[in-house]
Design a binder for this molecule. Structure first.
Ligand SMILES: C[S@@+](CC[C@H](N)C(=O)[O-])C[C@H]1O[C@@H](n2cnc3c(N)ncnc32)[C@H](O)[C@@H]1O
Length: 644
């Protein structure tokens, strides 16, 4: 079974467009050989044995603006989870194709033939897909990934609590930067010292051959044994080659990745070239070239600022840069049109003032990091098949750790703390809903304390307006005018961004006709001319009429329809022009069917002359230059309507 019955027992907040899984699903990109390697049971149905019907977790929205995944979701403990406890499996689509755009693509394992196998939960998965990375949220993760074989022998990635219990209500946070599939330390695998001679290594290898044979796939069908055999072989292959060994000694496991270029690595560039890393940058949406580096930079879409780790999408250079902080601000429609500013409170990671970022008590010294052996980097494999080095999560790229008892009392040895800061953000006129502003360097300090700060990314939510509808830089306003103003002409008060103006309504204005108030719209966000304000007339018909109004209109109707109206005209107002016999006040014309009809009683011009539209106002003046009308009814059509 791969999917729950739709709508049944789905976790709360499970997105309706995603398929919920009970077990891993195998994508067609997984070759048969790899499939039998990682999925020997080939069960068609049935649960993965790691599935817990009601995991002790719940998906919740992240409502804290200082959380780097603000606005997204995270996974939280609904009850206390004891230390080193299996929480749930990371389920999704097992695949071997490239998924560089997926933020939910985890490295599952490397098949025996070296094929990189991923599990992608972007389209389907379970609660585990909502687990966020710890960086920018907490100083350390409280959960770990552990790849394992299920009872049936299928490969699977599980999430376990770490060395401490997870409290009820805590967010489950993991480090996506570690790669459990990176090659292991070859010295440790063979059990030799770092300074062992080539002869010693060879000797150890051959004496370990006995052990290796025990693990040879031909003699031991167990998958764990196969892995062990490959491990020993790979360790020896590396250490027997002087060049490879020297590179490993210098750069750690990153040097074991295909295509590794030590020169590029040494220069701080991506040592594996550009291929495969689909690192997105914020695209400057307004005007060519963007404005990165200016005080505030506009970008069209916020992307997950999640950098590095198991998921595709980040480049090597990102490792030295601090995390971006994402926040949202709400502004009014008018503020968006005219520009505004906001002071935003953030709590970025900064270097500790007490120890100047060293993490040490005065006089104490750091020791070489045991995890990365001082390189500050760890390797991991992208689903694209490329591999990359990333910051060591133990020493955060510094290559060293603080000995017990030597920690700085303020930062606890991290060298960094979170601090409250207020950042003034200028929001330019013309900003549209959902756009973002980048404030360079206002994000977290880099893990190593040496790289560039991350940025502050401010998403702007613009409230809608009751008066205006916005289309790009143009505004639209519906001006309601009474029937008599439409018929006889008059004035209407129209709101603009700079206050109300009086606009002259020409006699004979039709429902839906528009006039344009030039340059009364919104400025382009990157400068340039303002748009226009389109005023559309909505003619309001009275719902009730007085007796006198009814009589006047009846006279009008009689005239239009060519009926004699003698008796009624006696009771109508003597001043009314409608008293005149229809034949005197109206041109007559013959209809197609031979009956007599009267033309519409005033001249409805298709275009209102601009002179007629010049508004006169004490508070402002708007020049209406153009007008677009619905096609005027043809004579024939008018006659038909009148006859009807
Ligand atoms: C596996 S998903 C985690 C679940 C995600 N928050 C959601 O609601 O679907 C990974 C994505 O979450 C976001 N994310 C998770 N942890 C983050 C962190 N520490 N900093 C920034 N973004 C993070 C990034 O957008 C990343 O691409």
């Amino acid at each position: 079974m791969t999917k729950r019955d739709s709508g049944q027992n789905l976790p709360q907040r499970w997105p309706s467009h995603l398929q919920y899984l009970d077990a891993l699903v195998y994508h067609s990109s997984v070759p048969a050989a790899v499939r039998s390697d990682i999925y020997p049971s080939s069960r068609k149905t049935g649960r993965s044995d790691g599935f817990i019907p009601r995991p002790s977790v719940a998906i919740r929205s992240i409502s804290d603006p200082s959380h780097p995944a603000f606005g997204q979701c995270g996974l939280f403990a609904t009850k206390k989870i004891a230390a080193r406890t299996h929480i749930l499996d990371y389920l999704g689509e097992v695949h071997c194709d490239d998924r560089p755009d997926s933020d939910y693509d985890l490295s599952l394992c490397r098949a025996q033939d070296g094929t990189s196998v991923g599990v992608d939960a972007s389209r389907m998965g379970n609660e585990a897909r909502f687990i966020n990375d710890f960086r920018g949220v907490k100083p350390r993760p409280n959960a770990v990934f552990e790849d394992r074989r299920t009872a049936e022998g299928d490969m699977c990635m599980s999430v376990w609590s770490g060395s401490e219990a997870i409290r009820k209500g805590d967010e489950i946070l993991i480090s996506y930067a570690e790669d459990r599939h990176a090659p292991k330390d070859p010295y440790k695998v063979l059990g030799v010292n770092k300074d062992a001679s080539a002869a010693d290594i060879k000797k150890t290898y051959f004496s370990a051959l006995q052990l290796a044979r025990k693990y040879h796939p031909d003699t031991n069908p167990d998958q764990g044994a196969k892995d062990k055999f490959v491990e020993i072989q790979e360790a020896y292959d590396l250490l027997k080659d002087d060049k490879k060994r020297a590179a490993y000694d210098q750069y750690g496991s990153a040097a074991q990745q295909p295509g590794f270029n030590p020169d590029a690595f040494a220069n701080g560039r991506n040592p594996f070239g550009a291929g495969g890393f689909n690192f997105q940058d914020f695209s400057a949406s307004f005007g060519a070239g963007g404005r990165r580096g200016s005080q505030s930079q506009i970008f069209e879409e916020l992307f997950g600022a999640f950098g590095g780790g198991r998921f595709g999408g980040a480049g090597f250079a990102e490792n030295t840069r601090g995390h971006d902080i994402e926040v949202s601000v709400g502004i009014s429609f008018i503020e968006a049109c005219k520009g505004t500013s906001r002071t935003i409170n953030v709590t970025p990671v900064v270097n500790c003032d007490t120890c100047s970022g060293s993490g040490l008590k005065p006089g104490a010294k750091r020791t070489t990091c045991a995890t990365c052996r001082g390189t500050g980097t760890m390797a991991y494999i992208l689903e694209s098949g490329f591999q990359m080095a990333t910051t060591c999560s133990t020493c955060h790229g510094t290559g060293s750790t603080v000995p017990r008892g030597s920690h700085c009392g303020t930062c606890g040895g991290n060298g960094q703390v979170r601090t409250k800061k207020s950042v003034k953000v200028d929001i330019p006129a013309g900003v549209e809903n959902g756009m973002g502003i980048r404030v360079p360097n206002a994000g977290d300090a880099s893990n190593s304390g040496k790289g560039q700060n991350g940025d502050l990314l401010v998403r702007v939510n613009v409230a809608s307006s009751k008066l205006f509808r916005r289309q790009g830089v143009n505004l639209h306003h519906e001006a309601r005018i009474p029937m008599h103003t439409a018929l006889l002409g008059g004035r209407v008060r129209v709101p603009t961004l700079d206050g109300e103006v009086d606009v002259r309504v020409p006699a004979g204005t039709q429902q839906g006709e528009e006039m344009v108030l030039k340059s009364r719209g919104v400025p382009h966000v990157n400068g340039g001319d303002k748009g226009d304000l389109f005023v559309q007339f909505a003619v309001q018909l009275p719902r009730t009429l007085t007796k006198r109004q009814r009589e006047i209109l009846q006279l009008y109707a009689d005239e239009v329809e060519g009926r004699p109206s003698v008796s009624r005209s006696e009771s109508a107002s003597p001043s009314s022009t409608a008293h005149k016999p229809a034949s005197e006040s109206r041109e007559r014309s013959d209809s197609d069917d031979g009956s007599l009809v009267f033309d519409f009683p005033y001249s409805a011009s298709a275009r209102i002359p601009s002179s007629a539209l010049s508004p006169v106002t004490p508070s402002g003046e708007a020049e209406a230059e153009e007008r677009t009308d619905p096609a005027p009814p043809k004579d024939e059509e008018r006659r038909r309507r009148a006859a009807a």
